[in-house]
Design a protein around this ligand. Structure first.
Ligand code: V4E
Length: 263
């Protein structure tokens, strides 16, 4: 993809009613303010989501499948505990010196509260590709009428909607940070700040920038906060939530957040 060789450093956070205002006061520019409904689908035995495949229809965007990259799809830096933090890099070849540099020790990242980097996902939007991947997981041969029509395939495969919610999303840019404020219609709001860097040596600086922004906004940027899906399933689909937690596919949305950094 276009982001080959880039490293995403990101942190979710809880925000308050004054956070948007404070961001603007700090010089952030509003780059998007959109509202959309997401509908997520799975089979009754939750085979797709247990395999970390998230099929959704997003209003205004269409069908998308978020899934882990296959090894040949390149999202790993070999031999590193931090390899899941990377997105779409190609294996180091030719002259691309950046990825050949020795990786920094994990210790500083741990101290910075970035103990376990976020898993990155492919976002597949090509209908054929979506149908192929879903059918493979289901162990079914796709019918010709399914190839260009995810809706038909979804119906005939017996997939059912398991989550549907509306998100109001505001996107800000502040220096090298992208900040997203999401408010879901089921009473959950979560922000995400993201820095994209080119080299491993730049990760700790990005983390410092993220922590600094948290300080300026008066916001906790160290706790690992659950995403919208965790919160949704915890509230509305506890059986599905519990299965996914057992499979390690979700961040805890209960009273305790897991994976605390720092200390
Ligand atoms: C992949 C995934 C889910 C699907 C929803 O993805 P998410 O990025 O949480 O939603 P959203 O609306 O912000 O999507 P965007 O607009 O950015 O495409 S629900 C749970 N997962 C798994 C998962 C995971 N295990 N860990 C992390 C850090 N994220 C997601």
């Amino acid at each position: 993809g276009p982001e080959s060789g880039f490293i995403e450093v990101e942190q979710k956070f809880f925000f308050g009613p004054d956070t948007a205002e404070k961001l603007v006061a700090l010089g952030a520019t509003l780059e998007g303010n959109i509202t959309f409904r997401d509908q997520y689908y799975d089979v009754p035995d939750f085979r797709l989501t247990l395999a970390d495949h998230w099929l959704r229809q997003r209003e205004g965007t269409g069908w998308e499948l978020k899934c882990p990259p296959q090894p040949q799809e390149g999202a790993r830096v070999p031999g590193s505990a931090t390899d899941s933090a990377t997105k779409n890099e190609k294996p180091p070849v030719g002259d691309h010196g950046d990825l050949r540099q020795p990786l920094p020790p994990l210790q500083p990242l741990e101290r910075a509260g970035w103990r376990e980097p976020a898993t990155k996902y492919l976002e597949v939007t090509c209908p054929r590709e979506i149908v192929a991947r879903v059918c493979k997981l289901m162990g079914v041969d796709p019918e010709p009428s399914w190839w260009e029509n995810v809706a038909v395939a979804t119906k005939e495969l017996g997939l059912q909607e398991f989550a549907s919610f509306v998100t109001r999303r505001r996107q800000y840019r502040l220096d090298n940070l992208n900040v997203v404020l999401d408010e879901a219609d089921f009473g959950y709001a979560v922000g995400e700040v993201e820095a994209i860097v080119r080299k491993w040596e730049e990760v700790s600086e990005a983390l410092e920038n993220i922590q600094k922004l948290g300080y300026q906004l008066g916001i906790d940027m160290r706790t690992r906060f659950p995403g919208k899906m965790s919160a949704y399933l915890y509230k509305f689909r506890p059986a599905h939530y519990n299965l996914l937690m057992q499979a390690g596919r979700l961040r805890s949305a209960g009273d305790e957040t897991d994976g605390q950094g720092g200390k």
